[in-house]
Design a protein around this ligand. Sequence first.
Ligand code: ADP
Ligand code: MG
Length: 359
Amino acid sequence: MRVFVALLLLSTFLSSCARQADHKYTLYVFGTLVELTLYGVSKETGDQAVALLTQGFQQRHKDWHAWESGKLGDLNTAIANGVPHKIDKDMVALLDQAREFERMSRGLFNPAIGKLVAQWGFHSSDKPGGPPPDKSRIAELVKARPSMEDLTVKRGLAIPRNKAVQLDFGGFAKGVALDWAAQLLQRHGIKNAVLNAGGDLNTIGRHGSRAWRAGIRHPSHWGVIATVDLQPGEVIYTSGNYFRFKQHEGKRYSHIIDPRTGWPVDHIVSASVIHKNGALADAAATALSVAGPKAWVETARNMGLDQVLLVDKNGGLYMTPKMQQRLTLSEPKSKTIAIKDPFALGSLKNAIKAHGAAY
Ligand code: ADP
Ligand code: MG
């Protein structure tokens, strides 16, 4: 009996330790609230790291703003005027990443289409409304084929050759920022943490004796469509049309634009990617939304992804076998469909179509 009471006290003590081991902070990054949970560190260490994170996020928000003046805004002005512009090392690295993601996605992810994004009203802090933009203006911008390849970088100088280019890093900046944040936390000796920026997560280590768990939101209601346990260092990023969109006469226009047509993505309502690199996962989730149900397999292969989930506007789910193995679906009934792509990743023949938070 005494042993039992002792064990009971011990387990009560341990579970209260586990609760105390969590420190939660809320930060504001690029218009999104970021929830940071640190596990097993002192409050002082947490507070110090969070002060540095806050400062770094604010600086990046200013530097990478797509439509206000700052490092990116000034570069965009130079591009529009067709004049070379001096850039720092961080901007060179960002341009390299942007170019690489455009290449990997065969142009479906294209951070040079800022003018198209602006035409659709997404370069504003207000909720965009009103009718779609003029069709001929959109066609003209598509015809000008803006691309990251139109910007050459030589010895810290960005040399533009297409005035239709306007840089917009909204599709991968959050990933770059969270990757930086995770590295900073690790440099401060933090071994277990999760950063959650509106459902885009970077993890470090584990949540005590278990993995960090992510919930993927159902695109059409507030519930969770699936949960997944993330391995240390894994990230999960989701692009969706249910947070930021333009609405006119009952029709929704996504903030993800297909660079080939200049029109918002219509069929895919959310795309999620698990990887180890947040910037790539962020860019890939956007690219897969553009690729849609016909081209997602090929795009996943081109971008080196094997863990992908897509949800279409009819509630259909598409996923790679590895994603299927890992996800716990809220509505587990699923139908197997054959994927005809002969280049499909491994056994993608088993990809499924079905109906169907960090902690
Ligand atoms: P979220 O902000 O919901 O995480 P995304 O990561 O998909 O969504 O980013 C969407 C943003 O990316 C848009 O608001 C726009 O700034 C930019 N964007 C839109 N279409 C593209 C595209 N085809 N390629 C690259 N960036 C895009
Ligand atoms: Mg993205």
